[in-house]
Design a protein around this ligand. Sequence first.
Ligand code: ATR
Length: 302
Amino acid sequence: MRYAVFGNPIAHSKSPQIHAAFAAEFGLPGFQYDKLLAPLDGFGTAVREFVAAGGAGCNVTVPFKEEAFRLAEVLSARARAAGAVNTLMVQADGSLFGDNTDGAGLVADLLRHVPLQGKRLLLLGAGGAARGALLPLLAEQPALLLIANRTVARARALSEDVVQPWLAATGLPAELLPVHGVATFDFLIGGVPLEVTGGASPVRALGKRGVQFDVVINATSASLGGEAIPMAPDAFAADAVAYDMMYGKDETTFLAQARAAGVATRVDGLGMLVGQAAEAFTLWTGHRPDVAPVLASLRAAL
Ligand code: ATR
């Protein structure tokens, strides 16, 4: 079975290594996974050629996830919510199924460190990475989900496109609905949230200063430029978990910030990378791989 990851650039991708390790766990000798550079204006053609040559599925990375979303003929609910596809699979009837496993990979990695049910979550950022995380996070039934972003209009768009429809359709009784809010970073240094909905008494839960968060997820790209998030240290609860979707050999700016704030459990996004791959591998092969040894070897090689 032939699989691949498409991106541009793609040379840096660790996906072939990850999938080869998964395939070895189950002894799938016919499993092949390559990295393929698609031209910036030729992603659709490249995927069609790959499928015509016998490709059974592929991963999609920067900058093609939105294009893959448009290319897919059938979409999973989480891909629809994300507005982006990172996993394509050729179905029995030849149609192209599009999924997004990034958020599930994040949640699986988070759950290795902390349960999310009943917890107060703060999602920093409102770009594609944040959008992809929302449905899998909500499915864990947190008590509170605040989306904070530099540009509040983008946070509001995420709320309106993904969170509000989920709140309206979930069928959970009001007392089990997560309190949901949208804010600028101003809230994190003592301002008030801009909008609050959901939950039994949302305004009481979030409409005051000094709310603390059990899990803080950085989905912004601020760490790339070495910029800190303007956030008061006491926004982290006493035993909070700080999670940065970014990763690298050195500590990310956000995790350094969390360390300075006294946060003991700080996790970078390498486990999310392995987690999204595990979800894709499971979708394609029906085998759920063990992420821990693969994560350990990737960590050692950073
Ligand atoms: P991605 O697909 O990786 O999420 P994106 O859609 O460009 O990329 O989104 C980047 C996110 O990082 C956005 O939330 C962006 O904030 P804005 O919506 O205000 O642009 C956030 N971001 C980028 N640089 C930042 C910085 N220096 N400080 C805070 N937030 C930043």
